[in-house]
Design a protein around this ligand. Sequence first.
Ligand SMILES: *Cc1c(COP(=O)(O)O)cnc(C)c1O
Length: 450
Amino acid sequence: MVQIIVCSDLVLDHSALESYDRVFDLLEEHHRWFRESLPLIASENVSSPAVREAVASDLGHRYAEGWVGERVYAGNVYVDQIEQLCIDLMKSLFDAEFVDVRPISGVTANLAVYTAFSDPGDTLMCLSIPTGGHISMAKKRLGGTAGAVHGLKVEYFPFDEEEMNIDVDEAKKKISQLSKDGKAPKIGMFGASVFLRPHPVKELAETIKSVGGTVVYDAAHVAGLIAGGVFGDPLRDGADAVTLSTHKTLFGPQRGAILSWEKHAEQIKRGVFPGVTSNHHLHTLAGLAVAATEMLAFGEQYVTHVVRNAKALASGLHDEGVDVLGEAFGFTESHTVIADVTKYGLGGDLEKKLEQANIILNRNLLPYDLRHDRHFTNPGGIRLGSLEVTRLGMKEDDMKEIARLIGRVIVKGENPAKVREDVKEFRSDFQKIHYCFDTAKLAHEFLRFE
Ligand SMILES: *Cc1c(COP(=O)(O)O)cnc(C)c1O
């Protein structure tokens, strides 16, 4: 293998060709590692070879600013048909009147919606980061998109830590107080990055609308669960718009989308372009169209298994002695599991140990961490997701085995290198990708052009 020696900012002793080889060597290494690992990051999934083929197409070289049929560029004869197909597929997947598939990520979708429905200085109401909120909803002080980029003032929904959900009565009181103070929320934003149970959209939508607010639901994490009918129906419950990422519970490449109603279409379209995109990454748009067909065919069955697996993983960890949050309601109703690991160490330290054992998950703030002076760099929690392991064909018994492997590292304190050998062995039986149309390629195979 080519060794590149980096000495201060001088790169010595390599030619462009060696660096070229090095990039591919690193890609091969990454793929090999993931083939031998347990990918449990709750915001990640693996897309099918068909989706990856679309992503590698010529569309990644093209521009198509504007709406289908009204482009600012030539050369979009087929792009227009693919984008229209993608819109139609997403409409039927979510039973949505209007869909904009141009946002290039979940954050971009949120920013487009802020642009469509609010002005700088307005109030956004959402969850705080320790209670599950995402940085794209956060205050300027934290560098969050809502505050730092769109100038929104951020107010938090009151949160019930036992129920791990928004406290409806307290939220109603807070909204009416904010309204009296002349700070009524212009946007009430549901959705989260630690999202165990459906949020009370139906219960709060009228209150938000009665003070002049727009109801938005950030489904970045749970879009696939909603499409598969296992996590509520925010559009029918009163949401004006739903933003999403396409690569968490959905099967797509990394991208975003906005679902809404015809009456909001023009506002949202302008928010997306010229608001927050120019080029909208047409190769991943094509990938999303393919992913949407897979979701329509296999989504319901997939997300049903995802939720079952998350529950099995949570109860398996609980059996190992790990403090999984939400025991009172069966730990989770989604793909996500969150555990307090402070009995054994801190989330950041344990994340690294687990990574050495080829168990890939992430540290996470717990709702009460800040009160205990714990911060994001080394919080008290870990977050796990069942998305990718489910797509690899694993079932509930396999979740119990994963819980035991995790328990060996964090509860029993076994050497991660030793556990890694057993992780590799266990994973060797799960190389195929499931819930997609037939393919001869493997889930984490590095696809080469010969
Ligand atoms: C992941 C996430 C996003 C951002 O999605 P990207 O596609 O990574 O930009 C937005 N909101 C929530 C709640 C998320 O969890």
